[in-house]
Write a protein that binds this ligand. Structure first.
Ligand code: NCD
Length: 365
């Protein structure tokens, strides 16, 4: 890359995304409709072959000589575990760094030097970092460093996958959310033409921000932003939606959007970003933005209720065990693992092998 680090970091996300496309996964803007459809198909094919020993054994050979590092220095359960499981299924060897206190950063090492060290040992870095620029900086370091690995016959820099960066982006979550929405809408024409209501802390919710970017890939979609003023969706996302002619409206309660929504995406208050930590427990969700069990009766018959998890009080607890197929968040969580198999398989150019194997085993998707 013919550009220095500070110049690279000064580029817009859209420009950085052009550099990263096909090499690393940092921003939701990197993905086209074709990419998304392909990843969903690949996730389905992976799931299909893994259900039988023959397919699981096949899959576990694909990346058996690759080593990956899961560098997660913010709390994570699902993203960390689902990446670990996906890597295991693909046969990768795994390592993790989860605490900077026991890494050389505590001796004053820069992120750039740490990343350069990591990529001298491993073939993939998945990272979650509180600094929204850490993923882009790591990508730049990897492109500039000397080490190259062979992927699909080409020499490439070590790929970096963002597993959540600051309050801004969570691209792999957005991909698994698309996968979940595609499943929920499979009998009603897919995501095109649908209205999604995003609820909660939209200002600092990186999941809903990344998902909003992906809407550029669908026809006639509409977003309803249900949040108190102080947690409303950022102007940068609204401008992006305006530029792409995507309709949206800011609304003052869940109830206002219930009749219209085809999908409802709940989020928790991201109070870890508050200047002052709450003195007693976590910040409570505002009453207008709590999803109540009674709302299930008012939801459309095909409407799905999603949440990236972890959740707190924003979904009434009794909903967890109701027998209603529209309550999607536990399946959404598991979908994440299959989508992460697909993401890694595509990056390492073994996707076609999975699809071919699936077809040979009877996959019709
Ligand atoms: C999300 C995150 O970390 O942004 N969690 C996840 O990856 N599923 C959502 C959250 O923490 O609220």
């Amino acid at each position: 890359m013919d550009i220095n680090l500070s110049e690279f970091l000064n580029l817009s996300e859209a420009e950085q995304a052009q550099y990263a496309r096909g090499k690393s996964i940092l921003f939701a803007q990197q993905f086209t409709r074709e990419d998304l459809d392909f990843h969903c198909r690949l996730a389905n094919a992976s799931r299909f072959i893994h259900a039988r020993d023959e397919g699981a054994d096949f899959m576990s050979q694909l990346l058996r000589n690759k080593v990956c590092l899961n560098f997660f220095i913010q709390p994570s359960s699902r993203t960390f575990l689902s990446f670990n499981t996906a890597q295991t299924y693909l046969g990768m060897k795994r390592m993790s760094v989860r605490d900077l206190k026991i890494s050389s950063v505590s001796k004053g090492e820069s992120l750039a030097d740490s990343i350069r060290t990591f990529i001298s040992y491993v073939d993939l870095v998945v990272m979650r970092h509180p600094d929204e620029h850490a993923g882009a900086a790591s990508f730049w370091v990897s492109e500039k460093a000397h080490r190259r690995i062979k992927v699909g016959g080409e020499e490439v820099a070590i790929p970096i996958i963002s597993g959540g960066s600051g309050t801004k982006q969570h691209p792999t979550q957005a991909l698994l959310d698309i996968y979940t929405l595609e499943d929920a809408f499979k009998n009603v024409g897919g995501i095109d033409g649908k209205t999604l209501m995003l609820v909660g802390d939209l200002k600092r919710g990186r999941t809903v921000r990344s998902l909003s970017y992906l809407m550029k890939n669908y026809q006639d979609v509409k977003l309803l932003f249900a949040a108190p003023d102080k947690y409303q969706m950022g102007e940068d996302i609204c401008e992006f939606l305006d530029q792409h002619g995507i309709q949206y409206a800011k609304i003052e309660s869940i109830e206002k959007g219930l009749a219209e929504a085809d999908g409802i995406y709940m989020t928790r208050i991201q109070d870890e970003w508050d200047d002052l930590a709450p003195t007693s427990g976590h910040v409570k969700a505002n009453e207008n933005f709590i999803f109540k069990e009674a709302f299930l009766d008012k939801m459309k018959p095909h409407c799905c209720l999603m949440h990236p998890l972890p959740k707190r009080d924003e979904i009434e607890e009794s909903i967890d065990y109701v027998d209603d197929p529209r309550v999607y968040y536990w399946r959404q969580e598991r979908n994440g693992m299959w989508m992460r198999v697909a993401i890694i398989a595509e990056l390492f150019k073994v996707a076609d092998q999975i699809i071919d194997k699936a077809i040979e085993m009877g996959f019709k998707g």
